[in-house]
Design a protein around this ligand. Structure first.
Ligand code: KIV
Length: 295
């Protein structure tokens, strides 16, 4: 199904896409101009990921990201988006302690930042309980299993999850429990293709893969990774659609050269008065300077 009119994408529309085996396209965004471009390009879901911390704010991982930072960037994104479903990532420790605090924080994304849904990582009993509270508050939730970056302190490193049988069984179990708890879609991050395929077949909600192979119902990438703007981080699954670092640097170096060499700004990038006004201005300013000098 192709969307021709600019109507807002809904969760039932995404469910129908899974039924019809049409891929769901997801990208992250963190600001107004890129969200506008992504929305106009026909992406189904824009995720304001807490990857914000690493690709925009320069943190070493996603753990320092705060509610205020996520709200600030989600607001910029929702101001730009007309069509895509906007999902806001709940940052580390904003939903871990009690369902009441989790719901109150999630509600800020919906009420203040105008997001359409929130995403939480993991499937512990407390998270499953939180999801049922969020359902009660009419807040749609996207789940996230496999490699969950907010668990980096426990995991020790960003590595593929579910490579042995017991891990794979646990991830499948988590996916099933999250579906039962009521998530509308599920991110599968950094797991073997075979496992992602089984989970995708088993669930009736859409799976959105990132480093999970080609059989998921949809795909998500971090915008800065696919545009080649992230220098150091390049997981195997990332395809660079642009060498952004190189192209940005080239353009900025040209600007530096042209300003230094007085090539920019030139005539074409300057404002002008018409000849009459210009002559008059020069006369009047000359008089003014002469008067100033006399006094
Ligand atoms: O924060 C993020 O960008 C994410 C995606 C990688 C799924 O959680």
């Amino acid at each position: 199904m192709t969307k021709t009119t600019q109507t807002k994408i809904t969760i039932p529309y995404l469910w129908r896409k899974k039924e019809k085996k049409e891929k769901i396209v997801v990208l992250t965004a963190y600001d107004y101009p890129t969200a506008q471009i992504i929305d106009q390009a026909g992406v189904d879901i824009i995720l304001v990921g807490d990857s914000l911390g690493m690709v925009v704010l320069g943190y070493p991982d996603t753990l320092p990201v705060t509610m205020e930072e996520m709200l600030h960037h989600t607001k910029a994104v929702t101001r730009a988006v007309k069509q895509a479903l906007v999902v806001a990532d709940m940052p580390y420790l904003s939903y871990h302690f009690s369902p009441e605090v989790g719901v109150a924080n999630a509600a800020r994304f919906i009420k203040e930042a105008r997001a359409d849904a929130v995403k939480i990582e993991g499937a512990t009993p407390a998270r499953l309980k939180l999801i049922s509270f969020l359902q009660e508050a009419e807040i749609p939730v996207m789940g996230h299993v496999g490699l969950t970056p907010q668990s980096i302190r426990q995991l020790g490193e960003y590595r593929v999850q579910g490579k042995n049988i017991s891990q794979a069984k646990r991830i499948l179990q988590e996916a099933l429990e999250l579906e039962r708890a009521g998530v509308f879609a599920l991110v599968l991050e950094s797991i073997p293709r075979e496992l992602a395929q089984i989970i995708t077949q088993k669930l009736s909600i859409p799976t959105i893969g990132i480093g999970a192979g080609p059989d998921c119902d949809g795909q998500v990438l971090v915008l800065h990774d696919m545009l080649g703007l992230t220098a150091n981080i390049s997981p195997k699954f990332v395809k660079k659609y642009l060498d952004g670092q190189h192209l940005f640097r080239q353009a900025i170096e040209q600007y530096v050269r042209e300003v230094k060499d007085s090539q920019y700004p030139d005539e074409n990038h300057s404002y002008h008065l018409n000849t009459h006004s210009s002559d008059q201005l020069i006369r009047e300013l000359t008089t003014l300077i002469e008067e100033e000098e006399e006094n």
